[in-house]
Ligand binder design. Structure first.
Ligand SMILES: Cc1cc2nc3c(=O)[nH]c(=O)nc-3n(C[C@H](O)[C@H](O)[C@H](O)COP(=O)(O)OP(=O)(O)OC[C@H]3O[C@@H](n4cnc5c(N)ncnc54)[C@H](O)[C@@H]3O)c2cc1C
Length: 261
């Protein structure tokens, strides 16, 4: 209440908070791209009906954008699940509830394992040569790969990435650049508005193969298909993804494991 009376604009709040939290963040203080609070979170929930959620793997699909509200406790998982049960139906409802269950599952793993989730939970499934830290060309969005640079810019500018973009970026970092997943986890945690320990660390480990029976990786066809050719059309970069899965498997992991068949 008092907070509302003291400030008349978002800019004023940003300036005030920037001074209060000086030293705890990098770069210039700025307001997040997403409005927070209970009213904004309810409006977001009520606008979402899981329509076309079956297309959720496409980067232009109408996903809920509820993760930051769930992360900061402005919505509970239970109320989101209840809402979707009563406002949508069929496969789209079930698919949405399945995704929510992943979140719940990751929290259960965190509860059980504690901060061990920040270390490899299993041995990697290939002879890895991961190094730290995250290289500057990735951090500064100048890899010369338009898709990768776009994911980094979007992450830093908006605090959000679509799930498929997170997967692609993680696979690029860990498998194509051989950066330790922990460096990727830290980068996401710094910038994601929904950044948390459970979903973030365990998703990176799932991609890396330390929380899964095989690594996740993608090729150009996959990026092109699920991004509606957004970055591939007209791209002149020397594309590291433009190979068959079988070739990538041999090049990235050193053997033919049959993961791509
Ligand atoms: C490398 C990597 C890191 C990630 N880090 C985070 C993170 O720090 N915080 C976070 O909340 N999610 C994380 N995710 C999971 C997922 O990408 C986001 O939850 C989702 O993209 C958020 O967008 P949305 O709310 O529109 O999702 P929707 O598709 O609308 O899904 C609805 C809700 O279900 C849950 N959900 C959906 N997909 C997943 C998933 N794959 N894993 C776990 N929960 C899911 C989220 O709570 C989401 O809000 C990560 C995924 C990857 C691959």
């Amino acid at each position: 209440m008092e907070f509302k009376q003291q400030f008349s604009s978002r800019e004023e709040i940003t300036t005030y908070l920037g001074q209060m939290f000086k030293g705890l963040y990098t770069g210039e203080p700025r307001a997040p791209a997403l409005h927070g609070g209970r009213s904004a979170s309810l409006a977001q929930l009520e606008a979402f009906k899981a329509k076309n959620y079956g297309r959720r793997n496409h980067t232009n699909a109408p996903v809920s954008r509820l993760s930051a509200y769930l992360r900061h406790g402005q919505l509970s998982m239970l109320e989101v699940a209840e809402y979707i049960r009563s406002h949508s139906q069929g496969r789209e409802r079930d698919e949405f509830l399945k995704q929510l269950t992943w979140r719940d599952f990751f929290y259960l793993v965190l509860e059980q394992k504690g901060l061990k989730v920040l270390e490899n939970l299993e041995e990697p499934k290939y002879p890895m040569r991961w190094v730290q830290p995250m290289p500057d060309d990735i951090l500064e969005a100048r890899t010369n790969l338009p898709c990768v640079d776009a994911w980094v810019s979007k992450l830093v500018d908006t605090g959000y990435l679509h799930n498929h973009e997170r997967l692609w970026f993680a696979a690029y970092t860990v498998h194509f650049r051989q950066i330790h997943w922990q460096a990727g986890f830290a980068f996401f945690r710094e910038h994601l508005l929904d950044g948390d320990i459970a979903s973030n660390a365990l998703s990176w480990q799932w991609v890396a193969s330390t929380f899964s029976h095989k690594p996740y990786f993608m090729n150009k066809d996959n990026i092109s298909k699920f991004s509606s050719n957004q970055w591939c059309a007209g791209c002149r970069a020397k594309c590291p993804f433009d190979k068959t899965y079988q070739t990538l498997e041999r090049e990235l992991f050193g053997a033919d494991y049959g993961w791509s068949s």
